[in-house]
Design a protein around this ligand. Structure first.
Ligand code: SAH
Ligand code: SF4
Ligand code: F3S
Length: 475
């Protein structure tokens, strides 16, 4: 049994990170382990987790498992979990409750926990204590070891816990079974060293490690050959890409340019920390048509005092300066979204007013807004939190009103305009419509024939709502 250890996960070693290319192997006895069996994966959390689930799927399919979308029909269930807020925890434990019942009627069912919750010492202790009926737990650093973990479990038929507290090296060559045929996630870096005081990610994902540029470019080229139209470069703080290289001077601006030069139709990237956003990056985004004019730029708070407590290392003023620089350079047709936390410890009414005034000033295209959730082990969880939940909920409601007003306003501006949309699938709202995104990441439901799926087409926007647009093909 290998349990995660919080003290270990806090550490940042000076050791060089190696790139390992032959670590993912499936032993002969595991190659047909999943024959005639079905797997189900439930994914919580961010895009990084979604992409990890695509890798877990490919690994299982390499063992001849086939996929099912119905967990009651599965022989193997994996919950790929998120630890960012308490409600993410609650959802996972709720799902485990339902699965426990299923396991009573299907004794051969195997159930595993993966993802960021697996990296939490307290979660794993709880699983060992109260969820002994589960079969295995693995973490974010050893996804490629899944075949071996399953093999170990079959030897003992007992709960197999195998979680590495620290990041290992960079593992290349793990396959992906991508959910979309047109747009793909591409990891460019792992981990995070920013240690914002409220955030658990630096402990669940380890130290920052950038993938080699040539590995990223080759992956993108391969995706183009497979017909992909869009890539999203993924990292917790993509602007810091390359800062950990010791043997070369190659940064996010270089990578963006090289990915743009592959000729892929669309390049996106998430998430940008305001701290590392350079002028050169803005220039490159403006210069290349295929780099989308869409920036997710989390601000977290509009109060410089709270930003300091959060350890974000910028002020309201410096955020606004950067924000305006990006808007000016990318022009009217750009879109900027953000993340905001309300009710951080010691947030006063005045601090919250600063957040509202920032939202009024920026007029974000959209925002994810959250009530602060204390995470065990983080510095903020030890701060005095004197704001009642009722007050926090009121603040969230008020903030959302402002965010929604400007989201609708930004969408209204697009009515009667023609804009390219990558049509991805049948619309969830109407089976006679297709759905896709503009380069500025706005969801559009389009009256169009199925033959347009997978194509970037000009769409005339006919109607605007707060969270989506309607349109028709304009050829
Ligand atoms: N790396 C990204 C954020 C990843 S987490 C960045 O630095 O911008 C996504 C969002 O979850 C964060 O931007 C933040 O708004 C929110 N979040 C993180 N920890 C949280 C917590 N403890 N409580 C509430 N929201 C949190
Ligand atoms: Fe968390 Fe901050 Fe890292 Fe984002 S930059 S993942 S908020 S520690
Ligand atoms: Fe959640 Fe882990 Fe992503 S905590 S937000 S799944 S990095």
């Amino acid at each position: 049994m290998l349990k995660p250890n919080f003290k270990e996960a806090q550490k940042r070693t000076k050791e060089d990170i190696k790139v390992l290319r032959n670590e993912y192997v499936i032993s002969d006895e595991m190659k047909c382990f999943g024959e005639n069996k079905k797997y189900f994966i439930k994914t919580y959390g961010c895009q990084m987790n979604e992409h990890d689930s695509e890798m877990i799927s490919a690994i299982l399919e390499d063992m001849k498992y086939s996929k099912t979308n119905d967990y009651e029909d599965a022989d193997l269930i994996i919950l790929n979990t998120c630890a960012i807020r308490e409600n993410a925890h609650n959802k996972t434990f709720g799902m485990l409750g339902r699965i426990k019942h299923l396991k009573q009627t299907k004794p051969n069912l195997m159930v595993g926990l993966a993802g960021c919750m697996s990296q939490e010492e307290s979660v794993v202790d709880e699983i060992i204590d109260k969820y002994k009926w589960m079969d295995f737990v693995f973490g974010t650093h050893n996804i490629h070891k899944l075949p071996e973990i399953l093999k170990e479990h079959t030897k003992t038929n007992k709960l197999e816990v195998n979680v590495w507290s620290n990041e290992g090296n960079i593992i290349e060559g793990i396959p992906s079974k991508r959910d979309s045929k047109y747009k793909a996630w591409v990891n460019i870096m792992y981990g995070c060293d920013k240690f914002c005081t409220y955030c658990i990610v630096p402990y669940t994902r380890g130290k920052q490690r950038s993938r080699m540029p040539e590995d990223i470019i080759n992956e993108v080229k391969d995706l183009i050959n497979q017909g992909y139209k869009e890539v999203t470069l993924l990292g917790q703080n993509v602007n810091a890409y390359g800062k950990d290289f010791k043997d070369r001077d190659y940064k996010m601006e270089n990578l963006l340019e090289d990915v743009a030069k592959t000729g892929i139709d669309r390049v996106r990237f998430v998430t940008s920390h305001p701290w590392d956003f350079t002028d050169n990056m803005i220039d490159i985004i403006a210069r290349y048509d295929n780099i989308c004019n869409y920036i997710h730029l989390p601000v977290q708070s509009g109060s410089s005092r709270i930003l300091k407590l959060m350890g974000r290392r910028y002020t309201k003023e410096s955020y606004l300066k950067l924000y305006k620089k990006i808007r000016n350079k990318l022009g009217e047709n750009s879109s900027i979204t953000t993340d905001i936390i309300v009710g951080f410890p010691l947030e006063t009414k005045e601090d919250f007013e600063e957040t509202l005034s920032l939202a009024e000033e920026c007029k974000f295209d959209s925002a994810f807004t959250f009530i602060y959730s204390p995470r065990e082990g983080t510095p903020a969880s030890k701060m005095k939190d004197d704001v009642s939940l009722e007050e926090k909920e009121k603040r969230l409601y008020k903030l959302n009103e402002v965010i929604n007003k400007y989201a609708k306003e930004a969408n209204d501006k697009l009515v009667n305009k023609v804009t390219p949309v990558l049509l991805e699938n049948i619309s969830e709202k109407d089976p006679n419509m297709l759905a896709g995104y503009t380069d500025t990441m706005k969801l559009v439901n389009v009256k169009a024939d199925k033959k347009y799926i997978g194509k970037i087409v000009n769409v005339k926007i006919t109607d605007a709502k707060t969270w989506s647009l309607d349109g028709e093909i304009n050829e």
